[in-house]
Design a protein around this ligand. Structure first.
Ligand code: URA
Length: 230
């Protein structure tokens, strides 16, 4: 006779989370079918995002407007179920006005492709919309001024999965001081229907090439959750 193994607390938590997400997914599909979901035709996320982008283009909420070339809003599919969130634009992003177009962006694109995440699956934005001079760490007042913009983007897109890239985005989105090495790869709730999967920042993987494997593993988990295989 098979012996039933008692689940540990962590395993039990994981099981409950999986069951909960299955229910949420079914409910979302049901609402989509009824045409009453938060992504219903009455509220085209692309239009809403566009209007929102226009409304913050001349933002002077903190001093970073003085040194920016472009406000870097975000890019990707407005139908995306996965939202990637980085820290702040770097030099190339500031010049081009698009997130993750520099070296870190190239590494990220390579790993996204390896994970089987397609352009139509994802939307990419940062916590800060303007580049801190010399790529210094964001200041508390800059975060305070800019975070509502990211939160509004999340509200409009209503992604199923947020993948926070690096310590900074992860700590801000989860309101925690815990380090990224202990948080990465472990799904947590952002709200009742969105999970966050923290991972390492691609720029950090350039400096520590052995970390790229961990980024790869976490993006594979994002893909698994997106496909509903877990
Ligand atoms: N690093 C980030 O966090 N965001 C970018 O857009 C580019 C580099």
């Amino acid at each position: 006779m098979p012996v039933e193994r008692k689940l540990g607390f962590k395993e039990k938590q994981g099981e409950v989370l999986r069951e909960y997400l299955t229910i949420v997914r079914s409910f979302r599909q049901y609402l989509d079918k009824k045409g009453v979901s938060q992504r219903s035709k009455h509220q085209d996320p692309q239009q809403v995002l566009k209007q929102f982008h226009s409304s913050i283009l001349t933002c002077r909420g903190c001093s970073l407007y003085r040194t920016r070339t472009h406000l870097v809003f975000g890019r990707g599919s407005s139908q995306a179920e996965v939202m990637l969130v980085g820290e702040a634009p770097g030099r190339e992003e500031d010049l081009e006005g698009r997130p993750f177009v520099g070296a870190a962006g190239k590494l990220l694109a390579k790993e996204l492709a390896k994970a089987g995440l397609r352009d139509e699956d994802i939307y990419i934005a940062n916590v800060l919309k303007c580049r801190p001079p010399g790529n210094r760490d964001p200041l508390p007042e800059e975060i305070e001024a800019c975070l509502p913009y990211l939160k509004r983007q999340i509200e409009i897109l209503h992604p199923r999965i947020i993948c926070s890239l690096g310590k900074f985005a992860t700590q801000v989105l989860l309101s925690t001081q815990q380090g990224i090495t202990s948080l990465r790869g472990k799904p947590q709730f952002y709200d009742e229907s969105t999970i966050i999967i923290p991972t390492l920042h691609p720029a950090a993987c350039i400096y520590n090439p052995s970390w790229e494997n961990l980024l790869r593993r976490d993006l594979a988990l994002v893909k698994t959750k997106l496909s509903g295989e877990d």
